[in-house]
Design a protein around this ligand. Structure first.
Ligand code: NAP
Length: 293
């Protein structure tokens, strides 16, 4: 039986509607969440992403503050802007779009963001809080992955989960979130021995590698739920460019129980979860109860 397709686009639309309802609720109490996005330089992919973020922020009823700096902006200018945003009471979330130009130390900039406004969840304080089980702002992509897995399985408890990839922005926080869901988690990476056999153990398989269609049909346990984080641009046999994931989708869909497409799976969830984090940050900063998203 072909796999159920997990419609990330539809699930993200529902989540954004839930965010908008929470924004309305707290706006009635006098708090309008505000998200500031800092873009340095002209990277076209980043510019598109930032535009989408701003549009969806406004559509959810929040304030969006866009800050564009030139490609050659010195590190100090970015740090000064972050300090200004930290101090601005209208701003509840700060996101510095990565990658930053090479003259800027990204980690230094991320470390300068007030952890209470760190809606990307990349600050070491939030990473540490997540790993010690304290409430934390958590990166949007892994949050989105959990959301998608839970659209298939009401509970992930006791399930065998395999995460391929151990980056700070996807693999590691996903590992922590899966542990919090009481899954049994294996994190695989480029030095893992016999990766296909490790993947075949998974009831829940998450691919966050950045290698086009690396995960093949025979790596997948029949009936498994497959969540593909990968976004890879390739040139097809017809000479046209297209985007594929880290999983060979067509063949994987013949054995998986449920699978996310690329595009239209994890991608749309990342911005929706960023909006969730912005509402959560606004509530925490103003001492309001945690929102129901
Ligand atoms: P990353 O920082 O480059 O990390 C890639 C991870 O994959 C590393 O841990 C690496 O292992 C592992 N890896 C590389 N080659 C491997 C192999 N042959 N076998 C097993 N593991 C291998 O990448 P990332 O930032 O996590 O992103 C991963 C993918 O997700 C990319 O395609 C990216 O575009 C996409 N992404 C999508 C979203 C979204 O919104 N949908 C968000 C973020 C990222 P080592 O640690 O051993 O080097």
């Amino acid at each position: 039986m072909p796999a159920r397709i997990i419609d990330g686009k539809a699930i993200a639309t529902e989540l954004r509607a839930a965010v908008a309802a929470q924004v309305q609720r707290i706006a009635a109490l006098g708090v309008v969440p505000g998200l500031a996005v800092v873009l340095v330089g002209e990277n076209p992919a980043s510019a598109v992403y930032v535009r989408n973020k701003s549009k969806q922020t406004v559509e959810a009823g929040m304030r969006s503050f866009d800050h564009k700096l030139p490609e050659d902006a010195p590190e100090n200018e970015v740090l000064t802007l972050v300090e200004k945003l930290n101090a601005d009471p209208a701003v509840h979330g700060i996101l510095v779009q990565l990658p930053l130009p090479q003259q800027i130390d990204s980690q230094k900039v991320l470390n300068a963001i007030d952890p209470a406004k760190d809606v990307d969840g990349f600050h070491p304080v939030n990473a540490g809080r997540l790993s010690t089980g304290l409430p934390a702002l958590t990166p949007g992509t892994p949050l989105g992955c959990i959301h998608l897995a839970k659209s298939v399985h009401r509970s992930l408890e006791g399930m065998e989960a395999v995460v391929v990839g151990r980056s700070n922005i996807v693999g590691k926080p996903l590992f922590q979130l899966l542990l919090n869901e009481n899954a049994t988690v294996t994190v695989a990476h480029s030095r893992t021995r016999d990766l296909p056999a490790v993947c075949r153990r998974a009831d829940l398989l998450f691919a966050a590698v950045g290698r086009p269609e690396m995960i093949r049909r025979d790596w997948i346990k029949p009936g498994a739920t497959v969540i593909d984080v990968g976004i890879n641009r390739i040139t097809g046999a017809d000479g046209k460019n297209r985007i594929v994931g880290d999983v060979a989708y067509a063949e994987a869909a013949e054995v998986a129980g449920a699978i996310t497409p690329v595009p239209g799976g994890v991608g749309p969830m990342t911005i929706a979860c960023l909006l969730v984090n912005t509402v959560r940050a606004a509530c925490a900063i103003h001492g309001l109860p945690k929102p129901a998203v």
